[in-house]
Design a protein around this ligand. Sequence first.
Ligand code: HEC
Length: 147
Amino acid sequence: MSSKRIISMIEAHARTLMLTLAMLIAVFAAAPARAQGPSDVLWVAPERASHRANPVLPTTDVLKKGHDLFHRDCEQCHGKAGHGDGPQSFSLEKHPADLSSDRVQSQPDGAFFWKMTEGRGVMPKATLGENEKWSVIVYIRTFSTKH
Ligand code: HEC
């Protein structure tokens, strides 16, 4: 093998090494930025979305439907009584909100609807129909008295 060939091989390896290093530095530099991402900021729904009124009335049927959907799609994170202590909550990078708290209960139905529709971070977008979402919200209101 000629010395020229050997030098060019060493150069190629050095380039790969430098690229790998640069990538590693980029990943580590980006990590703190991710940790302080939008999920650390208080989650506020836009004013217009918050004003949307709940078209669903709190009948026994609606409460039952809301309960069943909450149990199926939300309870694993938010917990049976909405305290944010569902079985999956402990393995999440962000703790699920306590839906029974004053901070959450003081928000209008429209804000819940918007947050369920949008999702954020580990909180998934709800895969529910409009009526289903409003029914879950009617059910979530019962948490304010469940201590
Ligand atoms: C995989 C876990 C998970 C599931 C499933 C989940 N959530 Fe959440 N939820 C979260 C987390 C985590 C947050 C906090 C998100 C944030 O602030 O960035 C949150 C926040 C919320 C909020 C906003 C509370 C606030 O801070 O104002 C509402 C409302 C909510 N969830 C309702 C629901 C409903 C209703 C369902 C079911 C349709 C549901 N969530 C399913 C994890 C989950």
